[in-house]
Design a protein around this ligand. Structure first.
Ligand code: FES
Ligand code: FE2
Length: 378
């Protein structure tokens, strides 16, 4: 990892300006809109993403349509309308009907002529890894760029914690920086996810194809509560590690685990923690999270299920009651200062800086003139 003072100073300035007014988002990429199970039946569902109002509904074949949630006639919310046979969404105000491609297909007024401007934007949506992914950009959607969350696919339900959701009143960047910085677990989540001894973790960061991986390994630790029930009683001290994978702009997978001295993921036990952020507005974020348990599963189904529920509650508590208040207060403090603050950088910020640089590069590429707009990784 490059830890030169100059590099950190440059990154600090970058982070400052992004925190001050992040109104430009990476668009030609996949964002999580919601869990698959959130969209059921024929009821349309409204959700604002990247400041854009969007209505989602299921088509007759089960696939998902996503349209701008604003009728082009008098701007009523299409999400207040109803889905009709033929995958038509009817505006609740004067009854224009729109197809899943966003084109108006029926005008009940006058002679029924359809003005050319009577259409709304349709967004590509793919259902994968039990999530609905939406492509927000204008370039062709590339399904191969959906990050890998196959840990959900085919997993025994007893291994998967509640597929949970929080809305936080802070910028996506602040919440993302919290997740990228696992050193805070020693303070914010002491006893649950980490302890004082995890401050001394060895940290490594590397980038490959626009994806950043940050590893933290702590030797001879107390066992955090999240892993206590997974760990044989005779094991009292462990190696603890976190391997965090970040896919731009805001999808994170944290493999966290513990094991005996020198253990790695093959010998230890723990969870794949899934953290998926999507900006709602510049000051609010949709946060989808869950964890998938790996290795060690006992034959006692009731015990496994009880543990699943306990860990689900523990994780929700950690994010909603421990991280949430700090991050939202951070946002208020930044806004109160006019947003023009420069963070002091510590060694623990190395991974965060690396991700900020990747994001900066991708944003620059996206905003480059058309001739330079080759699809960028990841
Ligand atoms: S506002 Fe939608 S049809 Fe009039
Ligand atoms: Fe946290």
């Amino acid at each position: 990892m490059n830890t030169s003072t100059d590099t950190h100073l440059h990154a600090a300035q970058t982070l400052s300006s992004q925190t001050a007014a992040r109104t430009v988002y990476l668009r030609n990429t996949w964002y999580v809109a919601m869990w698959s199970r959130d969209l059921v039946g024929t009821q349309p569902l409204a959700r604002t993403l990247l400041n854009e109002p969007i209505v989602f509904y299921r088509k007759q074949d089960g696939q998902v349509a996503a349209l701008t949630d604003r009728c082009p006639h008098r701007f009523a919310l299409l999400s207040m309308g109803r889905v009709l046979p033929g995958d038509r969404l009817e505006c609740p105000y004067h009854g224009l009907q729109f197809g899943a491609d966003g084109a108006c297909v029926h005008n009940p007024h006058g002679g029924g002529a359809i003005p050319p401007a009577a259409r709304v934007r349709a967004y590509p949506v793919i259902e994968k890894h039990s999530l609905l992914w939406i492509w927000m950009g204008e370039r062709p959607a590339d399904p191969s760029r959906i990050p890998d969350y196959s840990c959900f696919d085919g997993a025994d339900p007893v291994r998967v914690t509640e597929r949970d959701y929080l809305r936080m009143n802070a910028s996506c960047e602040l919440v993302m920086n919290n997740l990228l910085d696992t050193s805070h677990t020693s303070y914010v989540h002491a006893g649950i996810l980490g302890g004082g001894d995890t401050v001394m973790a060895q940290t490594e960061a590397r980038e490959e194809g626009g994806m950043v991986t940050i590893s933290r390994v702590s030797q001879d630790c107390e066992i955090p509560a999240m892993y206590r029930d997974l760990t044989p009683p005779e094991v009292t001290r462990t190696t603890k590690w976190n391997v965090m994978r970040w896919n731009a702009p805001s999808c994170i997978l944290i493999q966290g685990g513990v094991g005996g001295p020198g253990a790695d993921a093959a010998q230890g036990w723990g969870y794949d923690g899934v953290h998926l952020l999507t900006p709602e507005t510049d000051r609010s974020v949709h946060y989808h999270f869950a964890a998938v348990r790996w290795n060690l599963l006992t034959q006692d189904h009731a015990h496994n299920e009880a543990l699943r529920q306990k860990i689900s509650a523990m994780r929700r508590f950690a994010f909603a009651e421990q991280d949430g208040p700090i991050i939202e207060a951070q946002q208020r403090a930044i806004d109160a200062a006019g947003g023009q603050l420069r963070p002091v950088m510590l060694s623990v910020d190395g991974g965060l800086v690396r991700c900020a640089r990747v994001l900066e590069r991708l944003l620059a590429s996206e905003q480059a003139p058309a001739a330079d707009q080759a699809p960028s990784s990841p």
